[in-house]
Design a protein around this ligand. Sequence first.
Ligand SMILES: [Ca+2]
Length: 503
Amino acid sequence: MPTDQTFSRREMLARMGWTAATVALASCSAVKAESASAHTPGPAALHRPNIIFILTDDQRYDAMSCMGHPIVKTPNMDRLRREGVLFQNAFVTTSLCSPARASFLTGAYVHTHGVIGNWGCEIDHDATPTFPRLLHDAGYRTAFVGKWHMKHTNQPRPGFDYWLAFAGQGVYNDPTLNENGREFKATGYITDLLTDYALNFINQQNPDQPYCLYLSHKAVHSPFTPAPRHENIYPDAQIPEPPSFQDTKAGKPAWQRGGIADPRYQQPRDVPDSITPGPWDPNNARRLGYLRTLSAVDDSLGRILKTLEERGELDNTLILYTSDNGYFFGEHGLGDKRLMYEESLRIPMLMRYPPLVKPNSTVTQMVLNIDVAPTLLDLADVPAPATVQGRSVLPLLAGKTAGWRTSFLYEYWIDLTDRIPRMVGVRTDGWKLIRYPDLQDIDEMYDLTADPTEMTNLAQDPKYAEQHQQLNAELNRLMIETGYGSKPIPKEPRVTWPAKTEH
Ligand SMILES: [Ca+2]
């Protein structure tokens, strides 16, 4: 772990009135501390908060009422925002389920952990250890509940004391679950069931030992099946047409218009959940289903907050709420994710932990999914392994923004649908460059301040040649710095969408 992050945590603890001596004690091996005080909470237990990491699936950054969404009502997400911090510019480095999940867990870029697509790759748990496993080895009780979505098995993974999961995408109703290796058919709605098991785990914990719960929802992923109690909410909803819905792709890469010879990219609309060209439908059943499905997730968060309050441990528990990728709601005529436009790579991210987080605060720096693992390890004073490429965000919570990243690398690899090409890109605070390295096609470059809906591609505009050159150089620098290209490119699968396997 970089020294500045360790110091920042200790400085913040000191601000809270904890002396250097107690902090030093808290930094000792939790295993030793707990074995020496099995029934009396020692400094390690007191100063290492519980951690609840809640991950939703395909939730857009703005699909919360606290983000000003015109339809959806999420009172518990709003409470988390009000009592915690909003990371206003949070992104995934790859906008796709399995790769992003592996990055959350390992703190590593996709080209480092190797989970490049959704067809069943699994993390190498020894080469790129997950943060729950590291917390477990440092004395935390750990639990996984929900959607793992890498290799298509529901069997327990290393590092979890408690395991409750389904295979692959799972189903919304009456799922087959695996609890600690025992498979069974459950009855009920998935979001409520997962919450029940998560609360059971919480309620079984001993206050002497900190715990880490990773609750990974199926919702709000397709097929967007709401809980029965939410099937008819928002009866008068009129989903607004996004400003970029009528994007003609003029001036954009030819592959997006089917304009290149490569047969793979001649059906540009045939990407997952694309929207049939034509007038905007403000009552689209799929998109209404998406918003309705989110309500049970909000209920789940409310039950967790209530349980923590009842147990008296709400303020000693860090809650991090986020999503594995964004989702197009018609922007550029698209559904699904994968592309490097804002609606795809931006994610919601909220954190509540009063000792370090000011209520109703906002962090505007660019924060990534690969920052989650180092942040949670930093919080628990557990060293991050060398494979971690993200950074702890704890300094940002104390207003220490100097030296924070001003750009990041985006990567997308060939997945089940081979009609979306491999891409690399760089996003800075104000600009974005997207490159398609396998195609003879133009780049995309956007001025995010002047053109936030990314309609005008400036990559070919001579007036912006210098900007293009600078972003190219920054992209190349990031690719070298993060080791992109230092490994052989994985063999591209040739599976035509829709595939029989997961997506
Ligand atoms: Ca997803």
